[in-house]
Design a protein around this ligand. Structure first.
Ligand code: PRP
Length: 175
């Protein structure tokens, strides 16, 4: 039985970091328009908060590439389940994800979206579980680095549960 353990980031800590990241992005893209590509489903909550704090004109689109399936173990198979609706050729594109773990999801999406000829392609991630990386991926805007613990909340799930928690917490196995 899974239960919520230690809270790593409460609502306030998340809000501070999201604001910081949005300020950096707003500064770097001043005078430009930005396409935010939100990676479903985990990035939905982060995207909603982040996009409201970005101070340049944005459009938002969604892509779904799933690797974890329904368990806590990564299957490492990346599947594109839903593609973008919009053409990103010649656009400034920012991939938005809540967590980078092995980096396989981002690497796959960066490769796929680069082939479509965007003017630029960068990444923002709230959490970086860097010790788990199996592929080198650029994260231009990075929030908190976290240890190798399974985290849920703020859009992230365990078996589709806990996405609605307003904080980010570790899950643990109840004895
Ligand atoms: C999670 C998370 C990232 C990805 C990171 O998504 O939201 O997109 O895994 O893992 P990686 O760096 O090892 O590729 P998941 O595949 O669980 O789908 P979900 O967003 O629908 O929960």
């Amino acid at each position: 039985m899974i239960e919520i353990g230690e809270i790593l980031f409460d609502e306030k800590a998340i809000a501070v970091k999201v604001r910081e990241l949005a300020a950096l992005v707003s500064r770097d893209y001043a005078g430009k328009e930005l396409v935010l590509v939100s990676i479903l489903k985990g990035a939905v909550v982060f995207t909603a908060d982040f996009m409201r704090l970005v101070d340049v004109p944005v459009t938002v689109d969604f892509i779904c590439a799933s690797s974890y399936g329904l368990s806590m173990e990564s299957s490492r198979e990346i599947r594109i389940k839903k593609d973008l609706d919009t053409d990103i050729r010649g656009k400034e594109v920012l991939l938005v994800d809540t967590i980078v773990d092995t980096g396989e999801t981002l690497a796959c999406l960066i490769k796929k979206l680069s082939e479509r000829g965007p003017a630029s392609l960068r990444t923002v991630a709230l959490l970086d579980k860097r010790s788990r990386r199996t592929v080198d991926v650029p994260i231009e805007y990075r929030g908190y680095e976290i240890p190798d613990q399974f985290v849920v909340g703020y859009g992230m799930d365990c078996g589709e549960r806990f996405r609605n928690l307003p904080y980010i917490a570790v899950v643990r196995q109840r004895q």
